[in-house]
Design a protein around this ligand. Structure first.
Ligand code: ASP
Length: 440
């Protein structure tokens, strides 16, 4: 049986006729690409207007009784340029008239905005000669706005059964009562993952503009290696460190299905991109780590209390204080008579004195100290903690560059080792760890 790929193309890939042509060539270059989810046209080089943004503005202007026609004209011109550039005979007028009618009939802004993907998917299906299947027929939300998974997966699988190929607009579905609802911005990716899961695809592909999973930030390390294979769990750690390759929703939808994700850069169609899987594929061996990634601006609250090991409920009381102030404790490090809580929320700076006082009253500690301007830098790689000599490698590299380490945390799941250093040492630490743990 031939394999089945669900591919999702972001707004950049559809921003003008030339990019649409490239996208169609990519789709047709592999017959396994059978279901294609697409976004509304994104920004072109030289301008910064995305169709989705224009549609939001259009609806806002209409609601405020301002002139919306000039925006609608801009939208029409963007599609017209694509249609003409592709030499197509596509009847755009009814689609634009329909947006106007929907505004007059008071349709919600999510309906208006969804037309960005709807019209583009129709153009794409006409250009490729593939069937158009509307997402509103297959993607259903619950009343509270969450995805109705059961109904959606059944509807997608029923609707697409027997269809050899289809173009599907991303980003929206239907709420009870029949109105359109959109996912969060960038949510075309969620549609792609839903389709992939429902049809039990062999692969979900995401094509976008900058998808490289670098082993370190290229702004800090010169020409870092590209990670070609990464696990879902490692990707989650990277996401925490601010590197967003796919949406969290996508990982949640696909991680237990065994469906791998491949991210591709539209500028390099022949490059294999990066494959995200539950476990590393057989035969893929990594020296030590996959990536070095970090974030700045953490605060560490160190609490010293003698007899801590024999006292009950201290952690609960302290955590409760942070929770009541709406501050998340992002990391926890424990010693014998002391422990430290790491927070990032800017709210802590505002409530610092109050929180310290509350901790003092609650557990009567020897001391509570706060250190600011710390960066957390993670060495990410599954199974890394069990590699012999790994800590020696890390600390030799750090010592050689004279960097002061303020904190070490090895995750319980063996996925990363996190070092806390001063913000001013961020770049140097990343370079030291890259040289020691990734570059061969
Ligand atoms: N068009 C939508 C946005 O700009 C959704 C997407 O592109 O995935 O957010």
């Amino acid at each position: 049986m031939s394999s089945l790929i669900v591919s999702k193309f972001g707004g950049f890939s559809l921003a003008n006729a030339e990019r649409v042509r490239t996208t169609a060539d990519i789709i047709k270059s592999d017959p396994s690409r059978r279901y294609v989810v697409i976004s509304a046209p994104g920004s072109r080089s030289g301008d910064n207007t995305r169709i989705t943004d224009l549609l939001y503005i259009c609806h806002a202007r209409y609601s405020n009784k301002e002139d919306f026609m000039e925006i609608l004209k801009l939208i029409e011109e963007r599609y017209r340029a694509i249609i003409d550039g592709l030499g197509m005979d596509f009847n755009l007028e009814p689609e634009i008239a329909d947006i106007k009618k929907s505004l007059f009939f008071g349709k919600n802004n999510e309906h208006i905005v969804s037309r960005g993907e709807y019209i583009m998917a129709k153009i794409m299906s006409a250009y490729m000669g593939w069937e158009f299947v509307d997402a509103s027929r297959m993607i259903f939300f619950n009343r509270d706005g969450t995805l109705n998974e059961e109904r959606t997966f059944a509807a997608v699988s029923d609707t697409l059964k027997g269809k050899e190929r289809a173009v599907i607009p991303g980003f929206y579905g239907t709420i009870p009562g029949g109105d359109i609802k959109t996912f969060a911005r960038g949510g075309g990716d969620t549609t792609g993952a839903i389709i992939a899961r429902a049809v039990k695809a062999d692969l979900y592909e995401k094509w976008a503009e900058a998808t490289e999973v670098f082993s370190a930030d290229p702004a800090i390390v010169k020409d870092p290696e590209i990670v070609r294979n990464i696990t879902y769990a490692e990707l989650r750690e990277l996401t925490y460190m601010g590197i967003k390759i796919v949406y969290e929703d996508v990982t949640l939808l696909l991680k237990d299905t065994g469906i791998p994700i491949r991210v591709h850069n539209i500028h390099h169609p022949d490059d294999i991109g990066t494959l995200i899987t539950d476990e590393l594929p057989e035969g893929i061996k990594r020296d030590v780590a996959a990536c070095i990634a970090g974030r700045r601006n953490y605060k560490v609250i160190r609490i010293e209390k003698f007899g801590l090991n024999k006292t009950y409920g201290v952690g609960e009381k302290v955590w409760g204080i942070f929770a009541r102030h709406g501050i998340s404790c992002e990391h926890y490090i424990s010693g014998i008579y002391n422990f430290a809580i790491v927070v990032k929320s800017p709210m802590f700076d505002l409530k610092r004195a109050e929180i310290v006082r509350e901790i003092q009253n609650a557990i009567n500690p020897e001391s509570v100290t706060v250190e600011r301007d710390l960066s957390l830098i993670a060495i990410i790689g599954k199974g890394m903690g069990t590699v012999k000599g790994m800590f020696a490698r890390v600390f030799d590299a750090i010592a050689a560059r004279n960097i002061k380490v303020r904190m070490i945390n090895q995750g319980a799941d063996d996925l990363n080792i996190i070092l806390g250093v001063y913000d001013e040492d961020f770049d140097e630490t990343v370079r030291a760890l890259y040289d020691a743990m990734i570059m061969k």
